[in-house]
Design a protein around this ligand. Structure first.
Ligand SMILES: NC(=O)C1=CN([C@@H]2O[C@H](COP(=O)(O)OP(=O)(O)OC[C@H]3O[C@@H](n4cnc5c(N)ncnc54)[C@H](OP(=O)(O)O)[C@@H]3O)[C@@H](O)[C@H]2O)C=CC1
Ligand SMILES: O=C(CO)COP(=O)(O)O
Length: 329
């Protein structure tokens, strides 16, 4: 919708014929964006090749779980087309970032890749409510190309060079949003929620730095920005999933009830495995993993986190350890 509103010829691939017809004839997508009229310029096709063959910019917005199915189609992108993805998750079970996966499977697009991320619930973007996001690429030219395509006075786009940090911020915040949903479902109040978001950001940053990200990226739009919106918005599927789990629904029933991507579930398992491999402490992620596996109740998960041993707040997050500031023993 943003690209079409910017006057770009915009072709959407939908595998479902009925949905493609609905977009072309009535300019709506009732299942995923009810109550919204889409820009009339959007054309939907059911053959992915039709969407890809002439495109100068390809936006990959599949759920991470569908990427393994879909990645090979990127072999069909035109020479010199830029590929930007909006996927906030990991490819499982390898636990790899999306650009790493695309680069490995489709080397021909490796130097034309970018990621777009940040606080941007589709329900609000499509209504043209003011939104800010960030585009990261290893190439400044590619990042600025994507920035120019998307930017308008309702959708402000910043550029970034830290691809790893931007991808990890978008994927890891979903875990914390699940956790905030769990504590909201238990009606534990605002202090608990703020604690989870803040300490969640600390462990997101810790893993990010171990995987090569800049700690600064986590204080930007793809880090704290997206964390805030996903943990507090009525639109968040991850937050809603946490609430349902806290109310006693099984994980399967929760995912079925939501009926859309809940990236935080796969991300919890991915981050937990990556943390183990890299020797990183991620107590909140570990507790949520146990809740998802049915090994711990949400209430016991909170108790476990509160009873942890004493800690210094800013240790191991990256940058200068703040314990160095102590002037007395
Ligand atoms: N929703 C949002 O506000 C935002 C989402 N994101 C990220 O975008 C990604 C996609 O999320 P979102 O669109 O919300 O997810 P939804 O579950 O709402 O929609 C998924 C879409 O992908 C299609 N799809 C699923 N599997 C396949 C497949 N194997 N092949 C082809 N199409 C498939 C579905 O089509 P069908 O109906 O045919 O199954 C549907 O159109 C996620 O990583 C999410 O984190 C990023 C920013 C904002
Ligand atoms: O990433 C999002 C908003 O920026 C969407 O979050 P949910 O997947 O939790 O709905």
């Amino acid at each position: 919708a943003v690209l079409a509103n910017n006057g770009l010829e915009t072709v959407v691939w939908a595998r479902n014929r009925q949905l493609a017809d609905e977009i072309n004839s009535r300019h709506v997508n009732e299942r995923y964006l009810p109550g919204v009229t889409l820009p009339a310029g959007i054309q939907a096709v059911t053959r992915v090749e039709e969407a890809l063959c002439k495109a100068k910019l390809v936006v990959v917005a599949l759920p991470s779980a569908a990427l393994a199915d879909g990645v090979e189609t990127l072999r069909g992108v035109a020479d010199e087309a830029v590929v930007v993805h909006a996927v906030k998750g990991f490819v499982r079970p390898q636990n790899v970032r999306i650009t790493s996966y695309i680069r490995e499977r489709v080397p021909t697009v490796a130097d034309r890749l970018a990621v777009i991320s940040g606080p941007s619930h589709a329900e609000e973007v499509v209504r043209q409510l003011p939104t800010t996001v960030v585009v990261a690429s290893e190439s400044r030219v590619i990042a600025e190309f994507v920035q120019d395509a998307f930017m308008n006075d309702r959708f402000r786009v910043y550029t970034q060079a830290d691809v790893i940090g931007v991808e990890l911020g978008g994927a890891l915040k979903n875990i914390i949003a699940l956790g905030v949903g769990l504590v909201d479902g238990l009606a534990l109040g605002d202090n608990t929620k703020a604690a989870l978001m803040t300490r969640g950001l600390a462990e997101m940053t810790r893993l990010g730095v171990a995987l090569g990200a800049s700690p600064l990226t986590f204080s930007g739009l793809a880090g704290v920005g997206d964390l805030i919106v996903t943990c507090t918005s009525e639109h968040s599927r991850n937050h809603r999933a946490g609430c349902l789990l806290a109310q006693g629904l099984s994980l399967d029933a929760t995912l079925q009830r939501i009926g859309m991507a809940v990236e935080g579930v796969g991300a919890t398992f991915a981050a937990s495995e990556l943390a183990r491999t890299h020797g990183i402490e991620m107590p909140i992620t570990r507790a949520i993993e146990k809740v998802l596996l049915g090994e711990l109740s949400p209430a016991d998960g909170v108790g476990l986190l509160m009873r942890r041993g004493k800690n210094h707040e800013m240790e191991d997050i990256g940058g200068q350890p703040l314990t160095a500031l102590w002037v007395r023993p």
